[in-house]
Design a binder for this molecule. Structure first.
Ligand code: ADP
Length: 319
């Protein structure tokens, strides 16, 4: 029987992580469990940086951006001796279970703790939407809105000055942020890991777009695919369209979460507590077709994402 439950946020921060923390705390209290927050992810878990919290401590968490219990990159957690230290710290406090909010890496950390006898459950907290078992991750919608707002502003000035703009967005190996943003803003050119264009293909599309009468031309690319400054120069030299490069970088991670992320995080957080109390362990929470579910966390990490072909087809139709 679980009596004390710890919550941590780990890996890249995502808007809505705070809403998830609040929900886990409140659902735990509702069920008679003692909730603890862990500061700085697995780093804090290893150093025993925990605090027991009450309802009032998290009352306004839902509106806050970032993660108020902080995150950390802590590669040492891959080592068994580090995890043993973390488990000892949890046992000292009598903590029986852990909710880990993060992406694939955090899920791996949780899965390894499960193998070592700790009850864990994962919540998908990442703006990238790159967790295959769930339709949406906590943070995706807020980041998407931030990107759309930045693209609208870029469009204004590009249209005034008759320019092209290469705009680089986050997503790692997943094009979801870029594709959704391209559909929402009518970007003329899109290159994502699932459908990568060569620099020559991008330049040709820009040239065509100008010939078709577009004053401004927006090119959205997912991060880590090109050197965008050099790409902008190549586009300009080939197409004769003045081209600037802009990487949105970390502003995509910040800001108060939008309603979709607050709601998703809140229902997932409460569901995680219920599933742990029902005896589930070593699983991650998902939402599919508006239904909450759980799946073995290691299976989730290994799962391949569904193809984005249908979404890309809609982008092509919508241009
Ligand atoms: P994300 O959770 O967003 O994918 P990371 O990949 O940085 O972010 O992982 C977050 C943290 O999870 C790491 O800093 C590390 O502490 C832990 N972690 C990542 N991979 C593993 C692993 N293979 N085994 C144990 N812990 C891991």
């Amino acid at each position: 029987m679980i009596k004390k439950i710890a919550i941590l946020t780990s890996g890249g921060d995502a808007p809505g992580m705070n809403s998830a923390v609040k929900s886990v705390v409140n659902a735990s209290l509702e069920k008679g469990l003692k909730p603890y927050v862990v500061y700085e992810g697995f780093l804090g878990l290893t150093n025993g940086n925990f605090k027991e919290v009450e309802k009032k401590d998290v009352k306004f968490f839902s509106t806050l951006g970032g993660t108020s219990i902080y995150s950390a990159r802590y590669p040492e957690f891959k080592e068994e001796k580090t995890r043993k230290k973390a488990i000892a710290k949890m046992q000292e406090q009598g903590i029986d279970a852990l909710v880990a909010i993060g992406g694939d890496g955090s899920y791996m950390g949780a899965a390894k703790l499960t193998k070592m006898g700790i009850k864990t459950i994962g919540l998908p907290g990442t703006i990238d939407n790159d967790i295959a078992s769930t339709d949406y991750t906590i943070g995706f919608h807020t980041a998407l809105n931030t990107i759309v707002s930045a693209l609208d502003k870029t469009r204004d000035t590009s249209e005034s000055h008759m320019r092209a703009n290469v705009v680089e967005v986050m997503g790692r190996n997943c094009g979801d942020l870029a594709i959704h943003a391209a559909i929402a803003t009518g970007a003329e050119v899109l290159s994502v890991p699932e459908r990568k264009l060569t620099e020559k293909e991008i330049s040709t599309k820009v040239k065509q777009a100008r010939e078709e009468g577009n004053r401004s031309i927006i090119i959205i690319v997912t991060e880590n695919m090109y050197d965008i400054d050099s790409l902008a120069k190549k586009i300009e030299s080939f197409s004769k369209v003045e081209t600037r490069a802009l990487s949105l970088r970390h502003i995509q991670r910040g800001g108060s979460p939008v309603a979709e992320d607050r709601t998703l995080a809140t229902i997932m957080g409460a569901f995680a507590v219920e599933r742990l109390m029902a005896g589930e362990n070593g699983v991650a929470v998902n939402i599919k077709d508006n239904k909450l579910s759980t799946k073995d966390i290691l299976e989730v990490v290994k799962m391949k994402r569904q193809s984005n072909d249908e979404l890309l087809r809609h982008y092509d139709l919508s241009k």
